[in-house]
Design a protein around this ligand. Structure first.
Ligand code: AMP
Ligand code: MG
Length: 355
């Protein structure tokens, strides 16, 4: 089982004790899983976290709208969805006799939206039946939300700057409005302050692999950074940082392959520090019809399934870059929570059958 961030070995309990005014008492065992809705929702920790999350959403919206982005609401069901690559399963829905899917992300509709608007964002639910081994990562939910951004005519570096600015704006908004709440939750606010001024660091996937190997972690050079490696890398840092150039095979067909370094993808993640791990994934997109079809085949996807999307791509979709930030993961990092389910009003932990 992965360890929680070192500074927060038992923050759920600590936060709960602080907010219940029982901080001096021997801490009760932290709940490993969410309680039923009435208990979970009315817990002072949940109530505080949800208020902080409300400020995060309002700040993200204000920041993006102020920068000229249009917000739109993507569909919840459709004939196909983001295929994902880390073993999560999609959920089927019977749509008038057709097998539709619940959206695992808004990626296909984000690209479509650029036909009407150059800069878009959406805040949308994602459903992924994550594998059971993720039930104790503290980072996975079967239902979560993304702040999803896409920019026409942009490259990876543009999207990285937009992501960095957005993270910074949201952290600033929360620190300004909720420093008392954060302290009551046991979050060390001073740990968040340096990111308000400094640039995020950056390393390539290859550099991340070397660093992990030097730390004694056996990370494959050709694959996604595994859960344990991600937490380890995150613990080496005190501020959010980028990892770029993940290898082909680790990501979906829509991450654009470098034209100069075959096999490297023009993508990036933002990892939170202190052990919290991945906050955001983004990339320059494949947008040319023939490249998309090739990449679909290479990633084991059947192009025939993606009929509407490929029809649109054949007619022409704009070149673009974008990213998705996991709202609950971001909340967990900001509020210093032990587990990501504490950042959801109605949490669904993988494998746990809850309301
Ligand atoms: P992805 O495109 O799969 O990287 O998802 C985008 C972002 O959504 C990630 O960087 C995470 O912050 C968040 N995310 C992805 N999967 C989950 C999950 N199972 N539970 C909570 N957040 C997630
Ligand atoms: Mg990712």
């Amino acid at each position: 089982m992965l360890r929680s961030p070192e500074i927060l070995t038992d923050p759920g309990t600590a936060a709960s004790a602080l907010l219940h005014g029982t901080a001096q008492a021997a801490p009760a065992e932290a709940p490993r899983l969410p309680q039923e809705p009435p208990v979970h929702l009315t817990d002072p920790v949940t109530r505080t976290v949800i208020r902080i999350q409300g400020t995060m959403l309002a700040t993200a919206r204000a920041h993006l709208l102020g920068a000229g982005y249009t917000e739109l609401l993507p569909p919840v069901i459709g004939p196909v969805t983001d295929p994902g690559v880390r073993g999560s399963k999609q959920v089927d829905v019977d749509y008038y006799g057709h097998r539709y899917k619940l959206m695992s992300s808004a990626i296909l509709y984000k690209q479509a939206s650029l036909l009407a608007f150059d800069k878009i964002f959406c805040i949308a639910p994602c459903v992924r039946l994550e594998p059971l081994e993720t039930s104790n990562t503290s980072r996975h939910l079967a239902e979560f939300h993304q702040i999803d951004v896409e920019l026409a005519g942009a490259g990876r570096e543009d999207a990285m700057r937009v992501g960095e600015d957005l993270v910074r704006a949201v952290v600033r908004g929360v620190v300004e409005a909720h420093s008392g709440d954060l302290e009551r939750l046991g979050r060390d606010v001073s740990a968040l302050l340096p990111l308000l001024d400094g640039m995020f660091g950056s390393m390539t996937h290859a550099e991340a692999v070397s660093e992990l190997r030097a730390l004694g972690h056996d990370q494959s050079a050709d694959a996604e950074i595994d859960w344990e490696g991600e937490a380890l890398l995150s613990r080496q840092n005190e501020q959010p940082f980028f990892v770029t150039d993940y290898p082909k095979g680790s990501r979906g067909f829509y991450d654009r392959e470098s034209r100069t370094v075959p096999g490297a993808l023009r993508n990036f993640d933002i990892l939170a520090p202190e052990g919290y791990g991945e906050l955001c994934s983004g990339s320059e997109r494949e947008h040319e019809y023939s490249r998309i079809v090739t990449r679909m085949r290479e990633t084991g996807e059947n192009p025939a399934k993606y009929e509407w999307y490929l029809r649109m791509a054949r007619e022409g979709i704009p070149a673009s870059a974008g990213f998705g930030i996991g709202l609950e993961r971001f909340t967990r990092y900001l509020a210093g929570l032990d587990s990501v389910w504490q950042a959801s009003a109605f949490p669904k932990v993988p494998g746990e059958v809850t309301p």
